[in-house]
Design a protein around this ligand. Structure first.
Ligand code: PD2
Ligand code: ZN
Length: 283
């Protein structure tokens, strides 16, 4: 996605917030910015970023999507039961919305996923924006494969656990994707949502709407490197076997700050399983 980075001065930010608090709808604030000479795209970006940050800082819901996958973290709980399995909460951040879980998968489940996927790995492909198809991409130097949703007993068990953990229907999930990175392999920073400006996006959205959340589960612990990075906020999640990082995005927009990547593996190898969550049933 093309990211415009307007320099949002404290004065502009305060003005946007004041307009919103006085009850002016975002469209009117946008019109006022346009009239005073702001290019439309820059004004939209400034509005999105400022209002999202403002609402999240106040703990208010962000309009745009009625609900998102989200764990039940009331009272800052440190442990959650998900379909009879205890999961630890290691870190939670509001913008971007990121939660790190400990012990989501057992060592045996990680090993079984690796064993089942290993014979089916092929050089990873990414979505081609223009067509909605996929092709090999140098930004992603891993090998990967997809399970169908519910393909075997292990996928069913993990999917049920994820559904319970994130309060999101199992049927809205894509099949699990497994990625294998060798030393030097990485996944350059990207967004997981589908950019509405690309011509291939309507084809992709026909299968269940937008992606609204991602869960990356670590199936082993590399010796060095291989963290999941969020460059907008300088966050790096350590890849520890059985742990997972979850992030959600209320709109297909960079203001969600969910730009993320897989840092190069320096020593050892890295295995992850990714579950992408859609708005509606994924068919
Ligand atoms: O392997 C990762 O850490 C990673 C990083 C960014 C995985 C994905 N994206 C993904 O599967 O979307
Ligand atoms: Zn990703």
């Amino acid at each position: 996605m093309t990211t415009i980075s307007p320099s949002i001065t404290p004065e502009l930010r305060a003005w946007i917030v004041a307009q919103a608090e006085s009850g002016f709808p975002p469209e009117e604030v946008l019109a006022a910015m346009r009239n005073s000479g702001w290019p439309e795209e820059v004004a939209i970006e400034a509005l999105e970023v400022t209002l999202t940050e403002h609402l999240q800082a106040k703990g208010k819901p962000i309009p745009g999507r009625e609900s998102l996958p989200e764990p039940s973290l009331e009272e800052s709980t440190t442990r959650l039961m998900a379909d009879g399995h205890e999961v630890r909460v290691l870190m939670s951040m509001m913008l971007p919305r990121v939660v790190v879980f400990g012990g989501l998968l057992t060592d045996a489940e990680c090993d079984e996923l690796v064993a089942l996927s290993r014979p089916r790995l092929v050089r990873s492909e990414t979505v081609v924006n223009e067509t909605g198809g996929s092709e090999v991409n140098t930004a992603r130097t891993s090998e990967g494969m997809f399970f169908n949703r519910g393909e075997n007993a292990l996928c069913q068990r993990i999917e049920k656990r994820i559904g319970a953990l994130l309060n999101w229907p199992v049927k809205n999930g894509e099949g699990l994707q497994v990625l294998h990175y060798r030393p030097g392999a990485e996944y350059k920073p990207h967004h997981d949502y589908f950019d509405p400006v690309h011509s291939g996006t309507p084809t992709i959205l026909a299968r269940g709407g937008q992606r609204v959340g991602t869960l990356v589960m670590y199936l082993n612990t590399p010796e060095k490197g291989g963290g999941t990075t969020f460059p907008d906020v300088g966050l790096e999640v350590a890849p520890i076997k059985g742990n997972a990082v979850f992030f959600s995005y209320h709109a297909p927009h960079a203001s969600t700050k969910t730009l993320h990547g897989g840092a190069p593996v320096i020593e050892g190898e890295k295995w992850v399983a990714t579950k992408w969550l859609r708005e509606r049933e994924f068919i």
